[in-house]
Ligand binder design. Structure first.
Ligand SMILES: [Mg+2]
Length: 282
């Protein structure tokens, strides 16, 4: 199929989804998920909730998602190989985010959407406490390779202290190195990770950061408008694939929360309206 035809079909699907109220019917038996039901069916009539399911669909099923993970971790492996063979004045470390950088939380997003809900702290704790998230392809191998090259790994995540037991249980079960209290730095007062990065820098040289959200890399990206985020990304283009390794997350992030007009407390209908204002047709 020619690219132009694919583009037309893709845009048509997008326009149909956007112009109609998209309705997805899901049976309760799908994926063994237990959700409130109406004669065994549930309808996702909101674009925002439907979008969460579509993102999860891609994350859970697309070979291209797996390929992007391998691509990111292959590049990171090459960087670790090079940097760990060089002389350094101080011990060397890498800093990584957890969620959607190597732990797959798409089952949480799906389960919430099927209940007609998005994120909330209690349901998130219920999910993280299980310690059952699976790892992104290539991630366990990469972090163990780094450890084998005497590179220390710090996990800087905006999960909070309540999530700690489930998080460490999850990391250990999957075989991640440095899965302990000294190397898992969770959110206390602020979602800005800069202080925690500085804490690591007191003893280590950080040569690589991995994340799915730009503020996993530097404070310059933290809580910036969509226009600023795009401008700063262009300005720092050379860092990506060099010092910053980005994993794909189309389900959530500051790209969503700093979309013009967006606020997590909006009603589903208000969110749909914001989404429609932020997409282009032709
Ligand atoms: Mg993340």
């Amino acid at each position: 199929m020619k690219f132009s035809n694919q583009l037309i079909i893709g845009l048509s699907i997008l326009m149909i989804s956007v112009s109609c109220k998209t309705v997805v019917t899901i049976t309760d038996s799908s994926a063994g998920i237990s959700v409130p039901s109406n004669n065994g069916q549930r309808h996702l009539e909101d674009i925002s909730l439907n979008g969460k399911v579509y993102s999860a669909l891609w994350q859970q099923n697309a070979a291209e998602f797996r390929a992007l993970c391998y691509q990111a971790y292959n590049i990171a492996t090459e960087i670790v190989k090079e940097k760990s063979s060089m002389q350094h004045l101080r011990p060397i470390a890498i800093v990584t985010d957890i969620d959607e950088t190597f732990l797959d939380n798409s089952p949480y997003a799906v389960t919430q959407a099927l209940k007609g809900k998005e994120f909330d702290q209690q349901s998130w704790l219920d999910w993280t406490s299980k310690g059952e998230a699976v790892a992104f392809p290539g991630s366990v191998e990469f972090f163990n390779y780094a450890a084998s090259r005497n590179v220390v790994v710090f996990y800087i995540s905006n999960r909070n202290e309540n999530d700690r037991p489930g998080t460490i249980k999850n990391l250990k079960a999957l075989g991640f190195p440095f899965a302990d209290d000294d190397h898992v730095l969770l959110m206390k007062d602020t979602s800005n990770k800069e202080e925690r990065r500085k804490q690591v820098l007191e003893q280590y040289e950080i040569f690589l950061l991995l994340g799915d959200n730009l503020s996993d890399f530097s404070e310059i990206f933290y809580h910036k408008s969509q226009a600023e985020r795009n401008r700063l990304t262009d300005e720092h283009a050379v860092e990506f694939g060099k010092r910053f390794i980005v994993l794909p997350n189309s389900g959530y992030g500051e790209w969503e929360s700093f979309m013009p007009g967006y606020n997590s407390k909006l009603s589903p209908a208000q969110k749909d309206s914001v989404i429609l204002k932020n997409v282009k047709g032709y």
